[in-house]
Design a protein around this ligand. Structure first.
Ligand SMILES: [Zn+2]
Length: 370
């Protein structure tokens, strides 16, 4: 008998321990959820050309991702009175939320401003914000995240610094501002991300409900916190249409007035609006694809966007520059590798409206691995 069909106890045990951490109640802020999602995303974004997850992740990268996650959440929430924002701490407000909120009030008062635009408008202030967020992660949630009851059980990562470090010491040469993954933790985060992400988001939303009992209405809370609709994609739609010759990315049919912007790597798997991940499509094709991964032929049609020597790659980068839109092709390509190179043998990929096909593994490896 092949052992291949048996569940990998390592991955399951890892998932069980991580879920137990989510329910651990000692935490007073929502940092735990943000940091876990940031770790998950960092594993995806740091996947090598050969498909291997990273050994470690820099605290600066975690700070960037945590800030991106909290960005839409630091807007006034319609279910509260006036212009109040959601509380993300058991008493008072979480410091990171306060810092992001302050940055927004000073530099990007319009709630619809995407993070990339705010960063482009106030680069120095944004760099300062990221430094502050990074220090807060180093000081508190990262050393304490893996505490169950009173026991420190580092099964996901080990921190590269002393838990009692003071801020000036982080600026000393040789300070190891990284978390180092333990065993196969990074691999498990990539493998289990599709299951863990919605679970972490649900627990996060529930914690916010507990912290905001004065809420008038919680309808639409998950969408407010994590939804793709929080940033208008309207600004990039005409450019994507033009780059695609006004044809649907998936079926090649002519686009009419109601073209939509689709996330090639599904938002539910990796919430990110980098321009390389966006394609224009028919509403029908977009609706049918939903949270599925696109078929091998679509992957092949998508990859020229990462070729910076091609007109298309340059065009996308120039467009992002002109619109102050987010662009990070290396990260986006790493995420595609993390998913496509780890697809199970039985994976069905979305081909066209109501049609799926098996993943063409050798072709995918030839396209993505280098
Ligand atoms: Zn179409």
């Amino acid at each position: 008998m092949s052992r291949g069909a048996e569940p990998d106890r390592g991955a399951i045990e890892f998932a069980e321990r991580l879920i137990a951490l989510l329910d651990e109640g000692a935490y007073t802020a929502t940092y735990k959820f943000a940091v876990l999602l940031a770790l998950l995303d960092s594993c995806l974004e740091g996947t090598s050309a050969a498909g291997a997850p990273p050994d470690s992740v820099a605290t600066a990268d975690l700070a960037r991702r945590v800030t991106e996650l909290y960005w839409p959440q630091t807007n006034p929430y319609a279910g509260l009175s006036g212009t109040a924002i959601l509380r993300q701490n058991s008493s008072g407000q979480a410091e990171i939320i306060r810092d992001i909120r302050r940055f927004r009030e000073r530099n990007a008062p319009d709630p619809s401003t995407p993070l990339a635009e705010a960063r482009a408008k106030a680069p120095l202030q944004f760099a300062h914000l990221l430094e502050t967020v990074e220090w807060k992660l180093i000081e508190m949630p990262l050393p304490r995240l893996q505490v169950m009851g009173r026991v420190h059980d580092p099964f996901i990562y080990r921190i590269g610094w002393d838990a009692h470090v003071k801020r000036p010491q982080t600026r000393v040469a040789g300070f190891d501002a990284r978390v180092h993954f333990v065993g196969k933790a990074a691999e498990y985060l990539v493998q289990l991300g599709g299951l863990l992400r919605p679970l972490i988001e649900t627990k996060w939303a529930n914690r916010i409900l507990r912290f905001n009992r004065q809420m008038v209405s919680d309808a639409g809370l998950p969408e407010f916190l994590f939804g793709a609709e929080r940033v208008s994609l309207g600004a990039v739609r005409p450019v994507l249409r033009e780059l695609q010759g006004d044809r649907c990315f998936y079926c090649g049919g002519g686009l009419r007035s109601a073209a939509e912007v689709d996330h090639f790597v599904p938002w539910a798997r990796w919430p990110d609006n980098g321009i390389e991940n966006l394609v224009a499509s028919h509403p029908g094709c977009n609706n049918s694809k939903r949270d599925f991964f696109a078929a091998t032929r679509h992957l092949e049609a998508w990859l020229p966007r990462f070729d910076q020597t091609s007109g298309l790659g340059r065009n996308l980068r120039d467009t992002a520059g002109a619109l102050d839109w987010d662009t990070h092709p290396a990260r986006t390509l790493s995420v595609a590798r993390a998913f496509y190179l780890h697809l199970p043998g039985t994976a069905k990929l979305w081909l066209s409206r109501d049609a799926f096909e098996n993943a063409d593994r050798p072709r995918i490896v030839a396209l993505l691995a280098s």
